[in-house]
Design a protein around this ligand. Structure first.
Ligand SMILES: Nc1ncnc2c1ncn2[C@@H]1O[C@H](COP(=O)(O)OP(=O)(O)OP(=O)(O)O)[C@@H](O)[C@H]1O
Ligand SMILES: [Mg+2]
Length: 230
């Protein structure tokens, strides 16, 4: 089970005099669903990078369960992420030239000599669930919204204990946004995963149990959204 505990996390870059992220303390219970909102430049993606171990700058600790991921080497963080985290990045990071299905199945290819049939079936199911029936088209020809859905299916393939999503519905129209948001929340709940979703989408935020508001790298509000919590 993946509880998140942040202590004294401060992230600054060589050309940023002030910390772009400054979180003295934050605790997120295992299995909770947390929305993070805030204006552009408030540090949301920086937070995603810190929580997923993609970026290691700054000081402080980020503990998921018993593991302080900032104590790991870069290779150690990559292994940890591959095992525990489903990550939906703001710019998707899909591999050009591969189909949607191949993109969803790419991460396990590094650890399986031959892909188990169950994984292939799950990849098909997830693509259907996100509303992409034709997983065989190259991702290059897909619309932004379709790419976003491929990235979500890929993140969920492993049934990860931690799902971190950076604006997962940003490229979608209201209807598909609602559908994809619902799917993220449902799948996270099914697996008891902890879900942290950066979003500007109030509909998605309302589906979560808690909403953090970031401003200039600080958490300025931390509200339970009890009416929708289950
Ligand atoms: N690698 C970096 N080097 C220098 N500054 C950075 C770096 N990454 C982020 N920043 C700065 O940190 C601040 C927060 O950026 P971040 O990408 O986290 O914002 P955001 O809230 O995700 O914005 P958006 O909603 O536009 O995606 C910005 O001022 C940005 O310029
Ligand atoms: Mg961002």
């Amino acid at each position: 089970m993946a509880e998140l505990v942040i202590e004294n996390l401060q992230i600054r870059f060589p050309d940023t005099p002030q910390a772009v992220l400054d979180i003295p303390a934050l605790r997120v219970a295992a299995g909770s669903l947390v929305a993070v909102m805030g204006p552009s430049g408030s540090g949301k993606t920086t937070l995603v990078n810190a929580l997923s171990g993609m970026d290691h700058s700054g000081v402080g600790s980020v503990r998921w369960g018993s593991q302080d991921i900032r104590q790991l080497s870069e290779a150690g963080r990559d292994r940890w992420r591959g095992k525990h985290v489903g990550l939906v990045m703001q710019d998707f990071h899909l591999f050009s030239g591969l189909s949607a299905l191949e993109n969803v199945l790419l991460p396990p290819r590094f650890s399986h000599w031959r892909l188990p049939a169950a994984l292939k079936n799950r990849a098909h199911d997830l693509l259907q669930q996100v509303g992409l029936a034709t997983g065989h088209r190259p991702v290059d020809v897909l619309s932004r919204g379709e790419k976003q859905r491929v990235a979500i299916a890929r993140a969920l393939l492993n049934a990860p204990q931690i799902v971190i999503a950076d604006e997962p519905t940003a490229s979608l129209d209201a209807d598909s946004g609602e559908q994809v948001g619902e799917l993220l929340v449902t799948l996270a709940r099914q697996h008891g995963a902890t879900l942290v979703a950066i979003t500007h989408d109030r509909g998605l935020a309302r589906r979560m149990a808690r909403c953090l508001q970031l401003e200039k790298g600080r958490i300025v509000a931390d509200n339970p959204l009890q009416e929708e919590a289950q």
